[in-house]
Design a protein around this ligand. Structure first.
Ligand SMILES: [Zn+2]
Length: 345
């Protein structure tokens, strides 16, 4: 199938999942705020959202808008300050969402800011200082972050979200970068990859979070050099490029040793290789063929070849990987934030 046909099929899936065609799957996804990010970001890989009619943009995206909490809530760390929810149609109203503490979350805030950048929303219209002040209270003594104010798991995903939020707001007062760096360094495993927490198994997604956060914070550069002493770079390169571990015989990437290839790791691992200037060392044709072997006749991409139904998560990351590969029609990607380069301007 030609890639331009693939565009329309995938776009169709993104549209459906974004809410234009109701179905059970859409309802399920809308309970997950990140789903809106996957839909919007996937579309933006081949469309400039800023060219969509302004009224349509507002109807589509602004309902998932940022709501600022009362100052007392911020001071008491009672609630994170950016709520990502839809005010009508699916889910709760804005008022009930504010009363539900579970609605505010580091990952949702990252997704909300990314979407607002994608559609050309002026971030000065929100209150960055309130977001950053609240977020700083989520950083733990070891440098990690909890994603919500009433405690939860801590791991590299939320360190990455915090770094991405500070980067998008161009203000790093929301975190202690040195402590965050120390936590990330502790997550590098004996084999060179990164686990989600210290002393855990290396994982493609965790490795992306570690390297992207370090780059956003300015601790490592775009090219590998002997001066990159923050982490054990030679060991990381070995983990990334060892043929038996990351790029399989089918051309796809594995997230962990001895696991099957999976389309999302085409971005997680491919993105790390891109950030470190190592993308040229992989078999790009084989990776492209693997991704295209996972396209669904219903539009979108599946996790593995041979699966019948696509899902939004793997469709978005397949799109992102095709952007990394320079597929015609795809816009270039600012890998560290997972959004189009133009959207980061
Ligand atoms: Zn996956």
């Amino acid at each position: 199938m030609q890639v331009f046909v693939l565009f329309s099929l995938v776009a169709s899936t993104f549209f459906q999942i974004a809410g234009l065609v109701p179905c059970g799957y859409v309802q399920a996804l809308l309970s997950n705020k990140s789903a809106i990010y996957f839909a919007a970001c996937g579309l933006s890989h081949c469309w400039d959202m800023k060219t969509i009619d302004q009224v349509e943009r507002i109807e589509w995206f602004i309902p998932w808008q940022a709501l600022i909490q009362a100052r007392n809530d911020i001071n008491n760390s009672q609630c994170f300050t950016l709520i990502f929810q839809r005010s009508g149609g699916h889910g709760s109203t804005a008022a009930t969402a504010v009363s539900n503490k579970n609605c505010s979350h580091l990952a949702s805030t990252y997704c909300a800011l990314a979407i607002l950048k994608m559609v050309g929303y002026n971030l000065s219209n929100i209150n960055p200082e309130a977001i950053l002040k609240s977020m700083r209270k989520l950083q733990q003594h070891d440098g990690s972050f909890v994603p919500i104010h009433f405690r939860a798991e801590t791991d590299l995903r939320f360190v990455y979200c915090a770094a991405a939020i500070c980067s998008m707001l161009d203000n790093w007062t929301g975190m202690d970068k040195e402590k965050a760096k120390e936590y990330i360094v502790r997550c590098q495993s004996y084999d060179g990859g990164f686990g989600l927490v210290p002393d855990s198994e290396s994982h493609g997604g965790a490795t992306f979070c570690a390297v992207a956060a370090l780059q956003l914070m300015g601790f490592i550069g775009e090219d590998i050099s002997p001066n990159q002493e923050v982490i054990d770079m030679p060991l990381l390169v070995e983990w990334l490029l060892q043929s038996a571990a990351r790029q399989s015989g089918d051309g796809g990437f594995q997230g962990r040793m001895n696991k099957p290839s999976d389309t999302c790791y085409a971005f997680w691992v491919g993105g790390v290789l891109k950030m470190l200037g190592l993308f040229e060392f992989i078999n790009k044709d084989a990776l492209r063929n693997f991704i295209l072997s996972c396209q669904s006749k219903y539009g979108g991409f599946t996790k593995f070849p041979g699966m019948k139904f696509p899902d939004l998560y793997h469709s978005y990351y397949s799109f992102s990987a095709l952007s990394l590969l320079g597929e015609p029609g795809f816009r270039s990607l600012y890998v560290e934030l997972g959004i189009c380069s133009d959207c980061n301007g």
